[in-house]
Design a protein around this ligand. Structure first.
Ligand code: NDP
Ligand code: MG
Length: 385
């Protein structure tokens, strides 16, 4: 059988790195035909030497034009600019697009892949948060397959196979609670960038690490699940589970709860999505059953975690709620990382933008793009005020 050809969008990131380990360990079943980076071009060349893809894509045009590109394999073609992501996502020589670009920058190539009827291994949750109903409708229309990479959604996707759709009672998304789970309100106000960037169980890119600390990551995941599995918000529950071993669960009508467990390591959900529908020999570590294991679950205290409440609100509202919450959050996180915003202001900034925006239940992609820009400006003004 010929190898499955993977376009790794966001190859230089944390998901990209884990995905390339999975591809390298696949004994030729998977091959990286395209690798993209934004500005870490040295790393991109290093990866190209190792994987000799058909294309490398550099999306930061200024950086790409200034770069020397020494050492790029002669079999590899260099493409520059964000449109190249879409061109490659549509190419007949690509089977699966791994959407691992961070933030709304990942939307265009994901949509292009969906419109070309590809299999999309979706790490970029921001795409579904911002444009879930549109992405789903296009996927149906063009026969594209969306496979979750986000560990919670992969767990739900795997657990859903134990029953039919109408037998699902609810899904339970687990949350680590973030590094500040036990901190009091005063301490939270003083959280520094370095403290927020150090996550106890997962090693991830900076944006999602901050999202995990504010629990905006869970808010985005609630909205992501709402669209990915087409479940109303009142069928979604969140439980705090600090060990991150149970990645999420599905409760069926008869009361049975099916969970997916594994040590916290993204290589497993990535491998599941890239190899789907097959299960292959583990790349990630297994659970060690010779050790005592303690698993805790506690209800997510909405007062303590305002982000979770915000996620449910955005999931219930639908329409333009997701795009504004996502854009506000991306801007607020960037401002926090630059020292312009307190840690505890990120969620209130998102909430205020959600409440003040001009809600539309059935937006077009153009309207979403405009609101995305509007929400970013609102947070910038919020910071200046
Ligand atoms: P990283 O920050 O580690 O990597 C981001 C990737 O996107 C890099 O390849 C980066 O290129 C590229 N990129 C950044 N900005 C742009 C842009 N404007 N245009 C095109 N490409 C760009 O992020 P992660 O790997 O942590 O996360 C990627 C996605 O996966 C996010 O949506 C995240 O929410 C999701 N996810 C991540 C998990 C994780 O464990 N890390 C878990 C679940 C979901 P460059 O390196 O050149 O800057
Ligand atoms: Mg997750």
């Amino acid at each position: 059988e010929s190898p499955r050809r993977i376009a790794v969008m966001g190859a230089t990131g944390s998901i990209g790195d884990n995905a390339l380990q999975v591809i390298a360990a696949s004994q030729g079943r998977l091959t990286a035909v395209a690798l993209s980076a934004h500005s870490r071009l040295e790393r991109l060349v290093e990866l190209a030497k190792k994987f000799t893809p058909k294309w490398v894509i550099a999306t930061d045009e200024v950086a790409a034009k200034a770069y020397k590109w020494r050492g790029l394999p002669k079999e590899t073609e260099l493409l520059v600019g964000a449109e190249a992501l879409e061109q490659v996502a549509r190419d007949a020589e690509v089977d699966t697009v791994l959407a691992a670009i961070v933030g709304s920058a990942g939307l265009g190539s994901t949509l292009a892949a969906v419109e070309a009827g590809k299999t999309v291994a979706l790490a970029n949750k921001e795409t579904l948060v911002a444009a879930g109903p549109i992405v789903k409708k296009l996927a149906d229309k063009h026969g594209a397959t969306l496979l979750p990479v986000d560990s919670e959604h992969s767990a739900i996707f795997q657990s859903l196979k134990s029953g039919t759709r109408s037998e699902v009672h609810r899904i339970v998304i687990t949350a680590s609670g973030g590094p500040f789970r036990t901190w009091n309100a005063d301490a939270l106000r003083q959280v520094t960038v370095d403290e927020a960037l150090a996550h106890p169980t997962w090693d991830m890119g900076p944006k999602i690490t901050i999202d995990s600390a504010t629990l905006m990551n869970k808010a985005l995941e609630i909205v992501e699940a709402r669209w990915l599995f087409d479940l109303p918000a009142d069928r979604i529950e969140v439980m705090i589970h600090p060990q991150c071993i149970v990645h999420s669960m599905v409760e069926f009508v008869d009361g049975s709860v099916i969970a997916q467990m594994s040590p916290p390591d993204m290589r497993l959900p990535i491998q599941y999505a890239l190899e789907y529908p097959h299960r292959r020999e583990a790349v990630a570590p297994r659970i060690d059953w010779t050790q005592r294991m303690h698993l805790e679950f506690e209800p997510a205290d909405i007062g303590r975690y305002p982000a979770i409440e915000l996620g449910f609100r955005a999931a219930r509202k639908g329409g333009t709620a997701g795009v504004v919450v996502n854009a506000a959050n991306e801007t607020a996180v960037a401002q926090f990382l630059e020292g312009e915003l307190h840690f505890t202001e990120i969620v209130p900034a998102c909430k205020s933008v959600l409440e003040s925006h001009n809600f539309n239940p059935t937006p077009t992609l153009d309207e979403l793009a405009k609101l995305d820009q509007w929400a970013r400006r609102e947070v910038e003004n919020w910071v200046c005020a």
